[in-house]
Design a protein around this ligand. Structure first.
Ligand code: NDP
Length: 337
């Protein structure tokens, strides 16, 4: 079996030097255990936090341990009555091509699921994150303006499409004209602004002619700088992620604008609330699953994957995702089904 273990903690963007691709012998299966063959590995921005030992809501991966991550696997061999060979499961076995578990925490996906990898994206953690952050914290009302960045990624694309279902005006922010065209033409956003454009802030202001009622925060940085003056009184800001900062090694240059931010929050009575999806909303998963399955069946939600092949390409695929070279939900195909 091949595994990618954490060899050292990255400073800035991770590189192959921070990981070791090891080949290990798998022990024989004991009673109650199953052997999982990884088909799809999900790559998600939160993994950058696990590579670091800075204090966070979850423990870091220890040096020498296999990098963590959600996977969709097939049962290769089973000594557990609950699972049979060939069956598909959602697991959390990380960056490796085989794993042995006692079956605890596996979610069964059936013998022949049509789109098994969706359990890592639109029908899984990122979709759930979009759904709860937008609906519970953002609480969008019909006719309001919702802005979301990383607009073609699994979270942002879902946020915008749900906001459209709820009757909002949706303005996306994405890197490059191809992604922006996709957000408008395929995802049905009203507009999408390229954050790499020189006049990005002016374009955003023009697109949000009635201000912003909900800003779903995925990225931080200069996108938030452009959004802040456009927020309306009583705006809501679900604080989901700050991907523009995940590789940062120091605070940004420039004057301290924290006082200005707090002044804006106060005078405009803005609600900004962070959340960690399973910690805060784990008990509401079924609500999401029901709605999302229906929306997908009815063709109301479009979903795009960015599929990369081979465990040896995992680190570069991860960096591509953090830096925006992905186009859709990043998934590594580790083995053929
Ligand atoms: P994506 O697949 O959308 O990947 C991240 C995207 O961020 C990139 O593709 C890029 O898109 C954009 N980006 C990167 N750097 C910048 C920058 N400097 N300025 C603007 N945009 C940038 O990721 P996900 O959909 O999986 O995750 C989105 C966010 O949600 C992340 O912040 C993640 O941490 C967070 N999250 C939070 C959870 C929670 O429980 N709170 C759970 C799951 C996700 P582009 O090319 O369009 O700029």
């Amino acid at each position: 079996s091949r595994q990618l273990t954490l060899k050292s903690r990255p400073h800035g963007a991770p590189s192959n030097e921070n990981f070791e691709l090891k080949t290990v012998e798998l022990p024989a299966l004991k009673d109650g255990e199953v052997l999982l063959r990884t088909i799809y590995l999900s790559l998600d921005p939160y993994m950058r936090g696990r590579m670091s030992d800075a204090k966070s809501y979850a423990d870091p991966v220890n040096i020498g341990d296999v990098m963590v991550g959600a996977t969709v696997c097939q049962i290769e061999e089973s000594k557990n009555d609950k699972f049979s060979k060939g069956e598909w499961v959602l697991a959390y076995t990380g960056w490796q091509d085989y794993a042995i578990t006692n079956g605890e925490g596996l979610m069964q996906l059936g013998k022949e699921p049509t789109t098994p990898s969706y359990a890592l994206g639109i029908l899984g953690m990122p979709g759930f994150t979009a759904y709860m952050g937008l609906l519970d914290i953002g609480a969008p009302k019909e006719g309001e303006t919702v802005v979301v960045a990383a607009a073609t990624g699994p979270v942002g694309a879902t946020v915008g499409q749900i906001a459209k279902i709820k009757g909002c005006k949706v303005v996306g922010v994405a890197g490059g004209s191809e992604k922006c065209a996709h957000a408008v033409e395929k995802l049905g956003f009203d507009a999408c602004i390229d954050h790499k454009a020189d006049d990005f802030a002016a374009q955003l202001e023009k697109a949000c002619d009635k201000g912003i009622d909900v800003y779903y925060e995925n990225v931080g940085g200069k996108v938030f700088d452009a959004v802040l003056p456009l927020l309306n009184t009583a705006a809501r800001v679900p604080l989901c992620g700050l991907v523009s900062q995940y590789n940062a090694t120091s605070l940004p240059e420039g004057p301290d604008r924290l006082g200005m931010l707090m002044g804006q929050l106060l005078t405009k009575r803005i609600k900004m609330q962070g959340f960690i999806i399973f910690d805060d909303y784990g008990h509401r998963y079924d609500e999401f699953a029901q709605d999302m399955q229906k929306w997908l069946q009815d063709g109301k939600i479009q979903y795009r994957e960015h599929m990369v092949e081979g465990i040896e390409n995992t680190v570069s695929a991860f960096n591509d995702m953090i830096s925006g070279k992905n186009f859709g939900k990043t998934v590594v195909k580790i083995n053929n089904p």
